[in-house]
Design a binder for this molecule. Structure first.
Ligand SMILES: Nc1ccn([C@@H]2O[C@H](COP(=O)(O)O)[C@@H](O)[C@H]2O)c(=O)n1
Ligand SMILES: C[C@@]1(CO)OP(=O)(O)OP(=O)(O)OC[C@H]1O
Length: 164
């Protein structure tokens, strides 16, 4: 049996912040501003976590890690993703593949994509070829194009784990 999931998340740049690293896929990447968030703001891992939760019918990231809880203030989203993936494996599934699209006018991500891919694979303890990271701008259109924030879509396919 296979299951499909989709996740989408947006975080806004803090226009008051000076140039700063942002966390994307567990990797620190230089950007014109920090991203506003309750956690570390890793918008890529949030979208991927939502895709995995969606695939097992387990709601969304905010239900599991509320942004009203001090427990998750400044949280490392790799740890949130680890907990989400534990739910996936506990439900008897493992990742087939995940395909992730980062929608960002800035920063340029091409040189960081291989590092993001291996960072995500390491968190999930899967082969790197199960993960694909893409980036696109919006040709300067909309909130992404105005460099107000970054959006991410993630889709994943889960497969029933072989019986132990
Ligand atoms: N933040 C980004 C956005 C895009 N890229 C790379 O550029 C290619 C062309 O992007 P368009 O939005 O003009 O289609 C895209 O396929 C990515 O390879 C990037 O590195 N960082
Ligand atoms: C990750 C959590 C929890 O710290 O907060 P944020 O970093 O604000 O991220 P978001 O994607 O808005 O919502 C999920 C939250 O529960």
């Amino acid at each position: 049996m296979i299951r499909i999931g989709h996740g989408y998340d947006v975080h806004r740049f803090d226009e008051q912040s000076p140039p700063s690293d942002i966390r994307l896929g567990g990797v620190d990447i230089p950007a014109p501003h920090a991203l506003l968030a309750h956690s570390d703001g890793d918008v890529l891992l949030h979208a991927l976590s939502d895709a995995l939760l969606g695939a097992i019918g387990a709601g969304d990231i905010g239900e599991h890690f509320p942004d009203t809880s001090d427990e998750y203030r400044g949280a490392d989203s790799r740890e949130l993703l680890r907990q989400v993936y534990r739910q996936v494996t506990d439900a008897g599934y493992s990742l087939g593949n995940a395909d992730i699209t980062v929608i960002a006018q800035t920063p340029r991500l091409n040189t960081h994509k291989p590092t993001m891919k291996s960072s995500i694979a390491a968190v999930l303890e899967v082969n790197a070829d199960a993960i694909n990271v893409k980036a696109t701008t919006t040709e300067k259109l909309g909130f992404v194009g105005r460099k107000e924030g970054i959006a991410v879509h993630a889709v994943c396919l889960l497969m029933r784990s072989p019986a132990q």
